[in-house]
Design a protein around this ligand. Structure first.
Ligand SMILES: [Zn+2]
Ligand SMILES: [Zn+2]
Length: 345
């Protein structure tokens, strides 16, 4: 089969590799669409290495159709259209037992420890089949829309951590696909005002279309001033960092009202540190937390939001890529020229 094989930083080659063989307890999925995640870009650029093998096939945002089902597998059939929830948790560790399967101590994932979706076929390992990480897609949801379920599920997890609630003023730093998902979800959660900060013009325009009330170019306007004037000098209830720039953490915390929450949603480059004024946290009683990956419940919720027509997936996506043009698809995400690149296989 054809696959994009990751050999190391900045080296991804489209090659002919062996089609995966499944055991009695596994399922083989023919990939219909895979999306490029910001994390894939960080892996490609060598900025994320945890769980990444070389050579391997990465890609963890994938949907497709089942083409082979192991003899002992129950509940799935050939031709079922499915979304793949990539995180495989152990169900036994302290975190799994306490409702945090997304950060399972023994966690593995498709697209990391197991080969992922930048290929024609993908093998779904036994543990993933047994925990129903394959989620059947509603008939009316196209593959191109369904492939947004995985990142949207991570954003739903983030919104919960950020505690967005009715009437809030929410600031989103970064207007890439993830930032625009946060804009839409904050509106669904009842935020009265969403302010988004983004350098790239086409992304600011899309953010307005996604429902942001105010968008600013931080090179031309002060985000802090905008937040303070629109909140009667109180500050925002919630700030979500949808870009992993460590030097922006302190200035993001300064946008909050007392008792507000800053969520570090995006991942950061390994080993990069930043300074933060501890008195901001102390005197203002603000909360700073993070978000990592998704639970199976988040995935089901995300898919149901898409099915219900609550999410504009089109403005988040850039179409027209195939496995052969995957390098271009990655570069366009990294440069911000495109939105989320969708690879159709
Ligand atoms: Zn992702
Ligand atoms: Zn676990």
């Amino acid at each position: 089969m054809k696959a994009a094989v990751f050999h190391g930083p900045n080296q991804m080659d489209v090659e002919e590799v062996k089609k995966p063989q499944i055991t009695d307890c596994e399922v083989l999925v023919k990939v219909a669409a895979s999306a490029i995640c910001g994390t894939d870009v960080r892996i490609f650029e060598g900025k994320k290495t945890k769980g990444v093998r070389t050579p391997s096939i990465i890609g963890h945002e994938t949907v497709g159709s089942i083409v082979e089902v192991g003899e002992k597998v129950e509940g799935y059939q050939v031709n079922d259209r499915v979304g793949i929830m990539p995180v495989i948790s152990c169900k036994k560790c302290h975190y799994c037992l306490n409702g945090m399967e997304n950060v399972c101590a023994n966690r593995t994932a498709i697209g990391y420890e197991f080969d992922g979706g930048f290929a024609e076929y993908i093998r779904i390992p036994k543990a993933a089949v047994e925990s129903e990480n394959l989620v059947k897609l509603p008939d009316q949801v196209t593959f191109e829309r369904a492939v947004i379920s995985e990142p949207l599920a991570c954003c739903i997890n983030g919104q919960k951590k950020a505690k967005v609630k009715m009437g809030d003023t929410v600031v989103v730093i970064g207007g890439g696909p993830i930032g625009l998902m946060h804009v839409q979800l904050a509106k669904i959660a009842g935020a009265k005002r969403v302010i988004l900060s983004e350098l790239i013009e086409h992304r600011r325009e899309r953010a307005l279309e996604a429902g942001a009330d105010i968008v600013i170019n931080p090179l031309k306007e002060s985000l802090e001033e905008t937040v303070m004037t629109t909140t009667a000098k109180l500050g925002a209830d919630v700030v979500i960092m949808a870009i992993g720039v460590p030097s922006l953490v302190n200035s993001s915390a300064k946008l909050l009202k007392k008792g507000g929450t800053l969520n570090l949603f995006a991942g950061f480059t390994n080993g990069e540190l930043t300074e933060i004024d501890p008195n901001l946290i102390h005197y203002n009683e603000i909360n700073i937390n993070g978000t990592s990956a998704l639970t199976r419940s988040d995935y089901h919720n995300a898919l149901s939001f898409i099915e219900a027509g609550l999410i504009n997936t089109e403005i988040l996506s850039s179409f027209g890529y195939t496995l052969d043009t995957i390098n271009e698809a990655i570069t366009n995400v990294s440069s911000g020229e495109g939105m989320k690149s969708i690879i159709t296989v």
